[in-house]
Design a protein around this ligand. Structure first.
Ligand code: AMP
Ligand code: MG
Length: 501
């Protein structure tokens, strides 16, 4: 067994640093005085082909705090720009993160392994480059919950406490998160060189992204339009999936939108409790730009910024033509989104497989739209509403009726729903509904309780129990009842999330 991390090779490759050297800068992680492991994701490690024998106790925290590099680690900070709340910031970049390398996973997919909270870089802009323990654990928990919900997302491999304090509004414990991503290329990565008019660099990046994320795109005249189409499709599906579970990203700046279609940057995100499309939790989102209901519109706005970076590649001599072609791709977002939304919600309502589940079926759309109106009027818990609807099929009406007290509206809607389910086996439909409507989501009050215990008492047991439940969101267990219970209303009314880690 190897003893020192510097003698260990994890199998890192470095396609990004090798092919896109201008897009990143080599930086060494800051030392962590006393690293201690908080969480390690063995299932993900295995998926990544990391051999547990190569990671003996004591080594994991050294490597994933950034304290010691494995022999094949070549950390780089990636450059990017971005529109933050609509305002262009020409230089952002990894101010507190470092890409260590890429691993080819068990499915042959190239995955980035990056540290977050590993010290200052040339992109830190006065920040300390560090991360606090609470937000690191928060990202770990919510990203793993999203994965369990089947939503494309960056993953969390490890969380390590550094043994040093970081100054925020008060002194907090420091930590480093190891984030695994299909890649960290963002809309903002394209913007970085586009706004400096470095068309050749944008082309290099676009070709890299096509090869890595959209290999079906051939090297011909249409390739950059097809790249827009691919990213528009991935994002339309992603946002529809977020909204089906009540997820509010909270800071959909262009630097926080991947071109792979994975969710990234779990800062002020939160799950909606009682259904209100205007819900916002982020403390800095005063105008509600990133409210639940605005997410598709903002995605289109961000994708328009992405498409702009590719215009010179689409037609270098006729900008008007390039704009027309790119606009036609962007305009498809709504139909992609609606296709995923209506067919996904049809499945959540138990209507898949019937002729009514078609995205084009007017009657189903009306039933769905009315369902959302009814949820809004009754301010029901978004997660429980679907679960208790499934119970109705097992003749358990009490919880559903308690959620929807307007009997007339409720019975009229249920009547139309039952009509559409006619001919199906009710208990089988209930089973299929329960297999896609989660019972356990990371509820905000429980997340806060778990993080407080970890932060104040160094007690990770609540965190680990909550993590276990949200990693099995469709599994019903009596001992997990409290994870399916909404927060007290005054908690949710006053709940605010914050950006910084
Ligand atoms: P985010 O809000 O996480 O999307 O971050 C926006 C930008 O701020 C990115 O360029 C980050 O790298 C940078 N940033 C956030 N926190 C820090 C920090 N503590 N030190 C340095 N840069 C940071
Ligand atoms: Mg970010």
């Amino acid at each position: 067994m190897k003893s020192s991390p510097s003698e260990i090779s994890l199998g890192f490759e470095h396609s990004y640093a090798d092919q896109l050297g201008e897009f990143c800068i080599s930086v060494k992680p800051a030392p962590a005085p006393l690293p201690s492991l908080l969480q390690f994701n063995s299932a993900l490690a295995e998926e990544l082909g990391l051999d547990p024998d190569l990671l003996p106790a004591g080594t994991v925290e050294q490597i994933f705090s950034g304290n010691q590099l494995p022999r094949d680690g070549r950390p780089v900070a990636q450059a990017y720009a971005g529109h933050q709340f609509g305002n262009l910031v020409p230089q952002l970049g990894d101010g507190r993160a470092l890409l260590m390398g890429e691993l080819i996973d068990r499915n042959g997919i190239r995955r980035d392994v990056a540290l977050k909270g590993s010290g200052v870089t040339p992109f830190s802009r006065g920040g300390d480059g560090k991360a606090a323990l609470g937000p690191v654990l928060r990202e770990y928990l919510i990203s793993e919950a999203m994965h369990a919900l089947g939503i494309p997302t960056t993953r969390s491999l490890a969380a390590v406490a550094t043994g040093e304090s970081v100054m925020r509004e008060r002194l907090l414990k420091g930590a480093v998160l190891t984030r695994v991503a299909a890649s960290h290329v963002r809309v903002g990565t394209f913007q970085f060189f586009a706004l400096r008019n470095h068309v050749d660099q944008v082309r290099k990046l676009a070709d890299y992204v096509c090869a890595r994320h959209y290999p079906e795109i051939k090297d011909d005249g249409d390739r950059y339009l097809l790249l827009i189409r691919g990213v528009v499709q991935s994002q339309a599906e992603l946002i529809a999936r977020w909204m089906m579970v009540g997820f509010i990203h909270g800071v959909m700046n262009t630097d926080n939108m991947t071109v792979s279609g994975e969710t990234i940057d779990y800062g002020p995100c939160a799950f909606m409790e009682s259904y209100d499309p205007k819900t916002v939790f982020s403390s800095i989102d005063h105008a509600g730009r990133y409210a639940y209901v605005n997410q598709p519109t903002i995605a289109i706005w961000n994708l328009a910024r992405f498409a702009e970076t590719l215009l010179p590649l689409i037609d270098s001599s006729d900008e008007g033509r390039a704009v027309d072609l790119a606009t036609a791709e962007l305009e498809k977002f709504t139909s992609y989104f609606e296709r995923h939304w209506y067919s996904g919600v049809s499945a959540k309502l138990g209507l898949s497989g019937s002729k009514q589940d078609a995205y084009g079926c007017e009657k189903t759309r009306k039933l769905i739209d009315d369902w959302f109106d009814m949820m809004r009027a009754a301010k029901v818990d978004y997660t429980l509403a679907w679960c208790h609807l499934a119970d109705v099929l097992d003749k358990e009406h009490s919880k559903f009726n308690a959620l929807f007290s307007n009997q007339e509206a409720r019975e009229s809607w249920l009547g139309r729903w039952r009509e559409m389910l006619a001919g199906k086996n009710a208990s089988q439909v209930a089973v299929s509904m329960r297999s896609i409507n989660p019972l356990y989501i990371p509820r905000n009050h429980l997340v806060e309780q778990a993080l407080d215990a970890a932060n104040n008492e160094g007690d990770l047991s609540e965190f680990e129990q909550l993590l276990e439940a949200v990693q099995q969101p469709f599994e019903r267990r009596v001992q997990w009842d409290r994870y399916a219970t909404p927060a007290p209303q005054d908690f949710t009314e006053n709940y605010q999330t914050f950006c910084g880690t």
